[in-house]
Design a protein around this ligand. Sequence first.
Ligand code: EZ4
Ligand code: CO
Length: 412
Amino acid sequence: MIIDRAEVIVTSPDRNFVTLKLTTDEGLTGLGDATLNGRELAVVAYLKDHVVPLLLGRDAHRIEDTWQFLYRSAYWRRGPVTMAAIAAVDMALWDIKGKAAGMPVYQLLGGASRNGLLAYGHASGKDNEALFDSIRSHQEQGYKAIRVQTGVPGLKSIYGIASNATYEAMEGVRYDHEPAQRGALPNEEDWDTRSYLRHVPTVFEAVRNEFGPELPLLHDAHHRLTPIQAAKLGKSLEPYDLFWLEDVSPAENQEALRLVRQHTTTPLAIGEIFNTVWDYQQIIREQLIDYVRSAVTHTGGISHLKKVLDYASQYQIKSGMHGPTDISPVGMAAAMHLGLSIHNFGIQEYMQHGAKTDRVFQQSFTWEGGFLHPGDRPGLGVELDTDEAGKYPYVQAYLPYNRLADGTVHDW
Ligand code: EZ4
Ligand code: CO
């Protein structure tokens, strides 16, 4: 079975998505997600100019060989653009293999290790009242685990809070929350670490008082803290029994997690911006984290992320795959097939896409009682409606960035 056609489809129904579509000489198609938020067109060029020409005529069944060929023959290894491009090829080939076998991809990965995937949603509010409403509305939708982000007194707009601008851009769709904003320039947000560190524990205390001890709660510090600040936050949140504290410090310094770990028993999750197993080498071996945050889309596909998670499983470290709105329905489906099959599944982030996105990507997953399941259609179970996709051309959009009160650029 030969790869006969390879198309890169860019569409922006509610936000930008990049999808690779492979077609075999037997007429089977496979989809792969290559969306890299705010840098989408770099991956499009990488695929179109340098990968598509290499794929045509290759054996569609040779997934591992194709992965190794693309990774090693580039010479320039790793990096978000390269690994998103390879991820898309890998996903599309798994999709094709599933269709050829007449089986959902999770069956090819070893079969189901559980009945469904516990998923968490994003609750947010600029103050506690708005946050509580958002938590309640998530519980009404069935969520059994909830990420909590709030405004910080004195800061205008910060990461993780659904804004009115977002609602307007999304034409009323409740995205809670979509950080990329359409426009020619990135939005500037403000940041103050001391206010944040003072405020967050009070929010979790209020949430525990209102919602009780059972509800699993998560929080994302989004790379903003130094190791000692991160340690302090982990410690101050211990009474509120978090499911995890995410991205406490900039993730490229793996050693920083040693210091954090020495000071707190709050579970740590990291890795949404990692691309390969090498980014995890030290923090997995030294057991410095509890959850692996990589998305299939940004870590070289199902084949590579499975290797990372198998490595993590030797240390009782579990999956917590990234599932924001910038992971397309194809990338989400890939995460669900992988998550259902591995033994060390932890939790799946699930934010829900808008109605237009769901019309472009026809999906077969189910979401019931707080649990996801990829469904039993052969392959990944997602088809792309090219007519619908064609209605929504690419729109420039950027992630925001941060400045401190004195004007210094800070981590976002
Ligand atoms: O900011 O996906 O845990 N989720 C996150 C996300 C990221 C976006 C970046 O594209 O941190 O909201
Ligand atoms: Co995050």
